[in-house]
Design a protein around this ligand. Structure first.
Ligand code: PEP
Length: 252
């Protein structure tokens, strides 16, 4: 059975003190919740991964990295490898976020390499993809999403997919306050699940968690999460506020 997941991407926000405070607040808020088949993940900046992981030890909160380099090691100043993440006991990494694609030139080809490097180190991947507004307006959103998934993920083995979580994030809805309607999210998620089923098997596709990301807030989370193929959310802005993030977790 696929898991439900609420993951908070903190991006380049929070000091060390703020990061510790935020995770502690979330932890306090969720201690008495029954999180049946639901995972809660936070992705702080690289520099706080160990601190936050230490704080969350023994709690239901998991810690993920926001990115990693595709190379195993070498002269890549400022970069972090999959092996480095594993060496500090980080088991999950976000790859393909639209900000990485847009500001750091991460193409499907680069992402395919990152995916392979992460899997080779037994990291779970939250793989993000989604169309820009122009694609949606011109009706190309299904085609764009299909090619992003195909190019980066469709030469993986069926076994590899046990470490893949998909995150559909329409770029026009990220940090804009504009959200895909629950029906738009469901339509795309069902399309994605069908795509995976056609390439692999229905059984495999039914076991892949597909998250929605893009201006999810306490006020819209419940309706989005109520859709059959939406298995949770990747949350940006609202994950920086413990009360909002908790309300989103409760909405699942
Ligand atoms: C994100 O960046 O992954 C995201 C979904 O951001 P926001 O929730 O702020 O739109």
């Amino acid at each position: 059975m696929r898991s439900k997941i609420v993951a908070g991407n903190w991006k380049m926000n929070n000091s060390a003190k703020e990061s510790k405070k935020l995770v502690k607040q979330i932890q306090n808020n969720i201690t008495n919740l029954t999180l049946e088949n639901t995972r809660v993940i936070v992705a702080p900046s690289f520099v706080y991964l160990q601190k936050v992981a230490k704080k969350t030890k023994g709690s239901p909160i998991e810690v993920a990295a926001q990115n990693m380099n595709q190379a195993a090691k070498g002269a890549f100043t400022g970069e972090i490898s999959a092996e480095m993440l594993k060496s500090i006991h980080i088991d999950t990494v976000i790859l393909g976020h639209s900000e990485r694609r847009e500001y750091y030139g991460e193409t499907d080809a680069i992402l395919a390499e990152k995916v392979k490097a992460a899997l080779a180190n037994n990291l779970e991947i939250i793989f993000c993809f989604g169309e820009v507004l122009e694609d949606r307006k011109s009706g190309k959103h299904f085609e764009v999403v299909k090619s992003q998934i195909t190019n980066a993920l469709f030469d993986l083995s069926a076994e590899d997919w046990s470490n893949i979580v998909l995150a559909y994030e329409p770029v026009w809805a990220i940090g804009t306050g504009e959200t895909a309607s629950p029906d738009q999210a469901q339509e795309m998620h069902a399309f994605i699940r069908d795509l995976v089923a056609q390439k692999y098997t229905q059984h495999l596709a039914e076991n892949v968690s597909i998250l929605y990301g893009g201006s999810v807030k306490p006020s819209n989370a419940e309706e989005i999460f109520s859709k059959a193929d939406v298995d949770g959310g990747l949350i940006g802005g609202a994950s920086l506020n413990a009360e909002d993030f908790t309300a989103i977790i409760k909405a699942i």
